[in-house]
Design a protein around this ligand. Structure first.
Ligand code: VG1
Ligand code: CO
Length: 544
């Protein structure tokens, strides 16, 4: 095997964000851009000789070309073996599952998740470590530092690998195995859920289903598991063929982007359960007949009911949510007397808690839920969880959630995103908020009296590492909160996220409209943050 050592010069912008390095495809196509980042990761990994790495992606534009480069670089750096998803595909949770099951050293996942794909859109790459989860900040910081001083990279002179034929082959001295991307993952799901019960309900037609794969990676998974294995009627999975540009849409499972599903669920033809997943299969949206479940509520409902499902029948060790996620799951944790942890945004912060067995379930308001079965959030897992729950409780999605609210109260919740703000303006908004923090506690705004105001700082309870400036939190004495933070996954300008929540114990008020219920807080967020005023935008670009 001939190895070439090529000279390169650093790019200074290869800082991984909330979830890996995401840039426009055009940025990745610059000479040596991908190579620099991959070599930086390999350099930080150190000795990879003889080790196994997993490689997969969400199938977006540039996936296959990037894979050929990574394979040749891995071979040149002495990697022992690569496990690669057939067709270059592995959903993010499936990649996590494969890393764990085959005791790989780690893996590359090529995805920009819910960001659009295509020559003018986004590409991304992230590295997951031995536990199957996203690399922690200490690792991504080291990769960033390395990328700023890199001078050369290694690549083997080899023909392209056939990514489509299952089985073993060689890339020079490195063993390569093209694996069925769905198989290991399906085995894991079977072990967690009551497939027999779900299957008989689907076959009897007592549960009907529509799963929108949004032309992204979960299509093949959902077809195999929901239709072939569990017997959902053919056609229950829509937009099931992964496309390089996701059919031109945003593969983002929310009411705005999964509109085909949303329309169906508000029509007379609505099935029992409606669900959607994102580009790389780690997000989920859950809907019932004319009913939308907020991700924060979904996490709380899963936590309150987990003991009814085979994989969780021993109960939960603890739960965790990202800081901006609503406090609905905290109420469940108090009710069943388990610990609830509050982490910064991004799945990487759950890894230590899961590994240390402090938590079993965790989730984020951004349509992400998961458990200790892998180290990523998992879209299809959440759908199977809900299917199993509906089959056990024999109630509709709306009945399950309404009953939950009657027991725990309802946390009205919404996120307002302001996309494409000029970066300086966005930073100015946060700076202006920070300046007010020390003066806010004790102040009253109408019915809202501030109980705390800070810039969220997290100290990991397992390894003690500290993450600063994770978002502005303003908490009120009635339990309401407003949170402001900047997105770390965008590729153009800045995206400012405003998270709003208000608790309501009284069941009489649970049917109220969310935006109306939150209107005072929305107004207050503007008074404090001046987002509209400073950005010149009259309304958020996306409301979830
Ligand atoms: C967003 C979400 C965050 C999620 C991240 C990755 O990050 O808010 O909760 O973990 O995306 O999800 P940000 O920094 O843009 O707010 V995925 O499915 O895009 O990997
Ligand atoms: Co995703």
């Amino acid at each position: 095997m001939k190895i070439e050592i090529r000279k390169t010069t650093p790019y200074l912008d290869q800082k991984p964000g909330t979830s890996g390095l995401r840039k426009k495809v055009k940025v990745f196509l610059q000479p040596n851009y991908l190579e620099n980042f991959v070599q930086s990761v390999l350099d930080v990994l150190g000795e990879v000789r003889g080790k196994t790495l997993v490689l997969g992606g969400d199938g977006r534009y540039y996936n296959r070309e990037a894979m050929q480069t990574i394979i040749k670089m891995a071979a040149a750096n002495g990697v022992g073996r690569m496990l690669i998803g057939q067709g270059g595909l592995l959903s993010t949770p499936a990649a996590s599952c494969v890393i764990r099951k085959h005791q790989a050293f780690g893996g590359f996942i090529l995805s920009a998740s819910h960001n659009p794909g295509g020559p003018d859109e986004d590409f991304g790459i992230k590295y997951n470590v031995t536990n199957g989860g996203p690399a922690p900040e200490s690792f991504t910081d080291a990769v960033y530092a390395r990328s700023r001083e890199i001078t050369e990279y290694r690549v083997a002179e080899l023909p392209d690998i056939d990514l489509d034929t299952l089985g073993k082959t060689q890339a020079g001295d490195m063993a390569v195995q093209i694996i069925d991307p769905v198989e290991d993952y399906t085995g894991l799901m079977e072990h967690l859920f009551d497939f027999k019960l779900i299957s008989s309900a689907l076959k009897a037609g007592s549960i009907t289903l529509c799963f929108d794969a949004m032309h992204a990676v979960t299509g093949p998974y959902a077809r195999r598991i929901l239709e072939d294995r569990l017997g959902a009627v053919a056609g229950s999975v829509i937009n099931a063929i992964p496309e390089e540009d996701f059919g031109g849409g945003h593969p983002d499972p929310n009411l705005a982007h999964a509109h085909e599903l949303a329309e169906l669920m508000y029509s007379p033809k609505a099935p029992t359960l409606g669900a959607a997943s994102d580009g790389d299969g780690d997000r989920n949206m859950i809907m019932g007949n004319r009913f939308f479940v907020t991700p924060s509520d979904s996490l709380a409902v899963l936590a309150a009911n987990a003991h009814l499902l085979p994989g969780y029948k021993e109960g939960l060790r603890g739960v965790a949510r990202s800081m901006p996620t609503s406090q609905a799951v905290d109420r469940v944790a108090r009710g069943i007397e388990i610990e609830c942890y509050e982490t910064p945004t991004g799945w990487k912060f759950f890894g230590n808690l899961l590994d240390a067995k402090k938590i079993t379930l965790c989730g984020e308001e951004s349509f992400g839920t998961g458990s200790d079965h892998v180290r990523e959030k998992d879209g299809l897992w959440a759908v199977l969880f809900w299917l199993n729950l509906i089959a056990v409780r024999k109630q509709s999605v709306a009945e399950i959630v309404r009953e939950h609210w009657r027991r725990f109260g309802r946390d009205f919740y919404s996120r307002h995103d302001y996309e494409g703000i000029d970066t300086t303006t966005a930073e100015g908004i946060l700076a202006h908020l920070r300046d007010q923090l020390s003066g806010l506690p004790g102040k009253s705004f109408g019915d809202y009296r501030v109980s705390f105001a800070d810039d969220f700082r997290y100290q990991d309870p397992v390894d003690g590492s500290v993450s600063e400036k994770q978002g502005i939190r303003i908490g009120f004495e009635n339990g309401s909160r407003i949170v402001f933070r900047l997105s770390g996954t965008g590729t153009e300008g800045a995206t400012l996220r405003v998270y709003l929540e208000r608790y309501e114990r009284d069941p009489e008020r649970h049917k109220q409209d969310t935006q109306e219920t939150l209107s005072d807080l929305i107004q207050l967020a503007e008074t404090l943050g001046e987002v509209k005023q400073r950005s010149g935008m009259s309304a958020p670009t996306v409301i979830t």
